[in-house]
Ligand binder design. Structure first.
Ligand code: KIV
Ligand code: ZN
Length: 511
């Protein structure tokens, strides 16, 4: 039997550090639950000392999500380690992840400490974490740009204090695979006690080499890989976990290792992270991009129709990509048909969510001949988020626009007081007019920083999916909605983001 590579997901910590992403605690819990279904081994749920909200989110995940180890990040200082312990202590299997810079440039300019101080801090940090929990991970940050001899000493000290996983970060995505692989081999050869611990790799994608570097690490003895779904993370992001997982699943023969991941959940997980982060997955993204299993040239189509393996190295079903169905959903389809299709897609919804999905499906089916899997995905995205209480609800949006003169929008909303409120505004375009009218009603100050619209399916009756991001009161909120009318979708996406803001502001008010 080949060795197992442990999959450490940091979508909720390093992934959340992507510029512009701000998950709510409900988002984080929903993603963590899906990561448990994906069967990752470790979930890094956050950096508890970074804010009381993050501590609360990590603690919620630790209490609610069973299966994976739940960890929280901490600098090698007591208040961080205490916050991390406070957050993960109720997990079925808790871990504390302590990190500390080891490169000359970080030590001199960021930490302002010398090598002896850093070794002392690592010892104290790991020992402190160990006083709370047996499972402690230690990371020398910027390891790939550090003096290797110093890294060996630092790791030996961390192991002596009880670290159980030693994680080697390529923090700024600087390494090349041959060099990174050698670093792991040298660590195995030169660090006293290394045979007692698991070696992990954590690579960033600044030069597009994160997956290759991680696999080079595995080929040289690393048995834990860290990364994020869709490769989100600081700057150009982290290693895309779906790439590492499918590389190991597809080329286990060459790599000689396996994972215990349920690969059929990859596609759902990717879509969920895309939706809640508001970061679109590029069409040609390996494994989870829209084009990853589409064939365009005649020769390729011919080959795949005759035998799938001619041009496909992976079965799309193994990744959970919806591949069509004999059940055609139309406006005459009933609850049974929809349930059966959702079951086929492996989607689990509560009875209450199912009723919302069914009503939204009927609404779309009234305006479209056929509702396909992509339409269902858009509907599910909107109806099943366990999020936002709808403080403001759209009752009516009416727009008048022409190629001369200013577009005008009227909106009627049901407010938190249960009453309807109506107002109108003109704008530079129809969407601008709608947003101005909504602003006049809600009076919620914010700045719209992103707006994108994409077609869910082909054809003139396709649904348009609108994704927006607003900045309000120091936070960033994503809103998303789909409708066959993109102006209606725009209004609903905006209200979705505003309602998330309202919910977050209410949570921020001390009881
Ligand atoms: O990139 C990095 O070095 C990190 C550490 C905190 C592990 O994210
Ligand atoms: Zn990182």
């Amino acid at each position: 039997m080949s060795d197992k590579v442990y999959i450490f997901d940091t979508t909720l910590r390093d992934g959340e550090q992507s510029a512009g992403i701000g998950f709510t605690k409900e988002d984080k819990l929903e993603i963590a639950r899906q990561l448990a279904r994906l069967n990752v081994d470790i979930i890094e749920a956050g950096f508890p000392a970074s804010s009381p909200g993050d501590l609360e989110a990590v603690s919620l995940i630790a209490r609610e999500v069973k299966g994976p180890i739940i960890t929280g990040l901490a600098r090698a200082v007591n208040p961080d380690i205490e916050a991390a312990w406070e957050a993960v202590r109720h997990a079925e299997t808790p871990r504390i992840h302590v990190f500390l810079s080891s490169s000359d440039i970080h030590m001199a300019h960021q930490l302002r400490k010398n090598k002896e101080d850093v070794i002392e801090m690592a010892r104290n940090g790991v020992a402190r974490a160990k006083s709370y929990v047996s499972d402690v991970e230690f990371s020398p940050m910027d390891a790939s740009r550090s003096d290797p001899e110093f890294v060996y000493q630092l790791l030996a000290a961390a192991i002596e204090e009880g670290a159980t996983t030693i994680n080697i970060p390529d923090t700024v995505g600087y390494a090349v695979p041959s060099e990174f692989g050698k670093l792991i081999a040298n660590i195995r050869a030169n660090v006293p006690g290394i045979e007692k611990v698991r070696i992990s790799v954590h690579c960033h994608n600044d030069l597009g080499m994160a997956t290759s570097n991680s696999l080079a690490g595995v080929q040289n003895g690393a048995r834990q890989v860290e990364g994020a779904i869709n490769g989100i993370g600081e700057r150009a992001g982290n290693t895309s976990l779906e790439e590492v997982i499918m590389a190991i699943a597809t080329r286990g023969d060459a790599l000689g290792v396996h994972t215990n991941v349920n690969t059929r959940e990859l596609y759902h997980t990717s879509r969920l992270v895309e939706r809640l982060s508001g970061m679109a997955v590029q069409w040609n993204k390996a494994i989870v991009g829209k084009n990853a299993f589409r064939h365009s040239s005649g020769i390729h189509q011919d080959g795949v129709l005759k035998m799938r393996e001619t041009y496909e190295i992976m079965d799309p079903k193994a990744v959970g990509v919806p591949t069509g169905s004999s059940i055609v959903l139309t406006k005459v389809s009933g609850r049974h048909g929809l349930r059966a299709r959702l079951d086929d897609l492996g989607v689990q919804v509560t009875d209450e969510e199912f009723e919302r999905v069914f009503n939204a499906f009927k609404d779309v089916a009234d305006r479209k001949d056929e509702v396909d899997d992509r339409d269902l995905e858009a509907i599910l995205g909107e109806q099943t988020s366990m999020e936002v209480a709808e403080a403001w609800k759209l009752d009516l949006v009416q727009v008048s626009t022409s190629d001369h003169g200013s577009p005008t929008a009227t909106v009627r909303l049901v407010g938190p007081d249960g009453q309807t409120h109506e107002d109108a505004a003109i704008g530079s375009g129809p969407v601008d007019a709608i947003y101005r009218a909504i602003n006049r009603v809600t009076n919620l100050h914010n700045e719209l920083t992103e707006f994108s619209v994409k077609s869910v399916t082909e054809g003139i009756d396709a649904q348009g999916e609108v994704t927006i991001r607003i900045e309000a009161d120091g936070g960033s909120y994503v809103g998303r909605a789909a409708d066959t009318d993109i102006l209606v979708a725009s209004a609903r996406a905006y209200l979705h983001a505003l309602n998330r803001f309202v919910q977050a502001s209410q949570l921020a008010v001390p009881a």
